[in-house]
Ligand binder design. Structure first.
Ligand code: UDX
Length: 431
């Protein structure tokens, strides 16, 4: 099929590249000319394992091209995926101005039947607005349909998640749109859930909100474990081995972050409120996540008493391992709270140092490895569970620290072993 992708951010590039890999002809369009120039020179503006080589392969195969002129992309395609950003605004709602802008642009250049698919994460009823906008601004008599086809990819495994999904969700108004999308996803061996557009829009917000709810649930339980001496890892296993619950997303920690969960939960709360349903459960999920970060500061005071003037080593800044993404990373919020308490921070992350520097500037000290971050500190906090933090020379760490205190914010160490080595240990819901 001839497909155009509007927006060459994370979602657009993965969508375009993977559909090209499935044998379609793809035009990726973006009005940011510098991005398009970079892509045409072989560069990739985002980091996602495997993406760069897959882009190269499909560009060389003549199935993938990048242009800055949206009008040509629209005219040359039968299916158009909208993959522009929908960032959070101050009140938590999603900023849909890019979706509106693109809808108008598409409308102006429709020259034959088009299926216009929302791929960006959008609140329920956005599809209606896209339809209305295109009808208002359309110049030709050519027909069009709108559909919703949300993605569920995780950063770091997006290509695999695209190629081997648990399911594909399509929200459509009619059989024609359904058949086009089913044909497009035909090469993937997966279940396709077909519903109406509003249903698909809700599925996206609900999936992320449900996963975030699992995390906040286990984090809330970790506080009960802290108070009683139960071990949250054992509790999570005991709950999760019930196949109706499952063990995924039951890892207690310093809170969830990233570009999706915090933003999507807020947007879902906002749209539910607007529709007349105050979604109290999700408000609590968000609140528990904020509290989980504040609790780190509180627990540190129990561990090392006064924070003013103390030195804290931070291991990991990215919102999860294997990414340099620090958007809504709990480490950033916690570091900011600690700085307000007068703490001196020495931090290390295997790949997120440059991004951390642009966010925190000279407010903290950037270290070359975990050992340098631990040296002379009163406590080390693990914020991200990088694999390389799991096997370390504890003797070296202990000898260099001012006080041998480990705050294991991701529960990756064995408390008994660290205590045996002479450390004071504190985890999340385990001691
Ligand atoms: C998430 C969804 O998983 C994905 O389906 C959606 O399309 C985008 O949002 P991503 O943001 O890449 O993907 O990260 P994910 O691996 O889901 O982790 C999100 C956050 O939750 C991270 O901060 C992670 O540390 C935290 N988390 C995850 C926990 O604290 N505990 C867990 O058990 C799982």
């Amino acid at each position: 099929m001839n497909i155009s992708i509007i927006g060459t951010g994370y979602v657009g590039l993965v969508t375009g590249t993977c559909f090209a890999e499935l044998g379609n002809h793809i035009i990726c369009a973006d009005n940011d000319k510098s991005k398009i120039d970079m892509l045409n020179k072989g560069g990739v503006p985002i980091y996602e394992p495997g993406l760069e080589s897959l882009i190269k392969k499909n560009v060389a195969g003549g199935r993938l091209e990048f242009i800055s002129d949206i009008s040509n992309a629209v005219k040359a395609s039968d299916v158009i995926f909208i993959c522009v950003g929908t960032p959070s605004t101050d009140d938590g709602s999603a900023d849909l101005s890019a979706i509106e802008h693109v809808s108008r642009e598409i409308a102006k250049h429709i020259n034959s039947y088009k299926l216009i698919v929302e791929k960006s994460t959008v609140p329920v009823e956005t599809g209606e607005w896209v339809k209305k906008t295109i009808n208002e601004f359309k110049k030709s008599s050519a027909e069009f349909d709108v559909a919703s086809n949300p993605e569920f990819w995780r950063e770091g495994s997006a290509i695999d998640d695209f190629m081997k999904p648990d399911r594909v969700v399509i929200g459509v108004d009619n059989k024609k749109s359904e058949e086009i999308l089913k044909e497009l996803y035909g090469p993937l061996d997966t279940k396709i859930v077909v519903t109406n557009i509003k249903g698909a829009e809700i599925i996206k917000h609900a999936s992320n909100s449900f996963l975030a709810t699992k995390i906040s649930f286990i984090n809330a339980l970790s506080n009960i474990c802290d108070k009683t001496g139960a071990d949250i890892n054992a509790v999570a296993e005991g709950i999760g081995l019930d196949s109706r619950i499952n063990t995924h997303f039951l890892k207690a920690g310093v809170g969830f972050g990233g570009s999706c969960f915090p933003k999507d939960i807020k947007a879902f709360i906002y749209i539910a409120e607007k529709l007349g349903y105050p979604f109290g459960l999700l408000k609590e999920v968000d609140k528990i996540n904020e509290l989980q970060k504040k609790n780190v500061v509180k627990k540190l005071k129990d561990l090392i008493w006064n924070l003013k003037g103390k030195v804290i080593g931070v291991w990991g800044i990215a919102f999860k391992p294997d990414t340099d993404d620090i958007r809504s990373a709990p480490a950033i919020d916690i570091i900011k709270m600690l700085l307000e308490e007068g703490v001196k921070i020495k931090a290390f992350d295997p790949v997120a140092m440059d991004r951390a520097k642009s966010e925190l500037g000279d407010k903290i000290t950037y270290c070359k490895d975990i050992y340098e971050a631990a040296a002379s500190s009163d406590c080390v906090i693990v914020m991200t569970e990088w694999n390389e933090f799991k096997e370390i020379d504890w003797k070296k760490v202990k000898e260099s620290m001012h006080q041998p205190v480990i705050f294991d914010g991701r529960n990756i160490y064995n408390p008994a072993k660290l205590k045996e080595l002479g450390f004071k240990y504190c985890g999340i819901g385990r001691r």
